[in-house]
Design a protein around this ligand. Structure first.
Ligand code: ADP
Length: 156
């Protein structure tokens, strides 16, 4: 049955990690927190078609919040609010996971329900200082579901 194949697919994800299915950092649509939300920028955000947009301060490695496209619905473009102002108002939860997190673990996290997108970090070792985090991409529930369905199709 279809359900059984999907269950088999789900088991096959067990040796994969978040790093295998994430959207890589260079392909992530992010915006600086200083962006003014006027007619032009709002149109660009809508055109990209993403539900959630990581927001960074300074450089792209420093993601500080998430902007939800639905936050823009009641915004007046003439107010010229910055993304920072809108994000401070909504305060959506921002989660980080490590690149080598098993998909099984990530799926359980998402199933708990309070978030469906996580920022993906790698730990980078340095010779002369403490290890640091480096942003690698984003992972969503959709990426994992896709992987499960793909495993199912390959299986046939
Ligand atoms: P959306 O609702 O924005 O389409 P999904 O959770 O359905 O997001 O994910 C669809 C795909 O888009 C996934 O591969 C996910 O990693 C990717 N994705 C989600 N948000 C972004 C973003 N801001 N920039 C680039 N890719 C993204």
């Amino acid at each position: 049955a279809e359900e059984l194949k999907i269950a088999v697919g789900a088991m096959e994800i067990s040796d994969k990690t978040v790093g295998d299915v994430m959207t890589k950092i260079d392909d992530v649509f992010m915006l600086p927190d200083t962006t003014t939300l006027n007619t032009k920028t709002v149109a660009e955000i809508l055109r990209m078609g993403y539900t959630r947009i990581p927001v960074y301060s300074g450089d792209r490695n420093n993601v500080v919040s998430l902007l939800f496209v639905k936050d823009l619905a009641l915004l007046d473009p003439d107010d010229n609010f910055t993304i920072q102002t809108v994000c401070n108002y909504h305060q959506h939860a921002l989660r980080f996971v490590l690149l080598d997190t098993p998909l099984r673990v990530m799926l359980e996290e998402f199933k708990k329900g309070d978030y469906h997108l996580a920022m993906v970090n790698a730990i980078v070792e340095h010779d002369d200082q403490d290890p640091s985090y480096e942003l690698q991409g984003v992972v969503t529930l959709e990426d994992i579901v896709e992987e499960i369905l793909q495993a199912e199709i390959v299986d046939e």
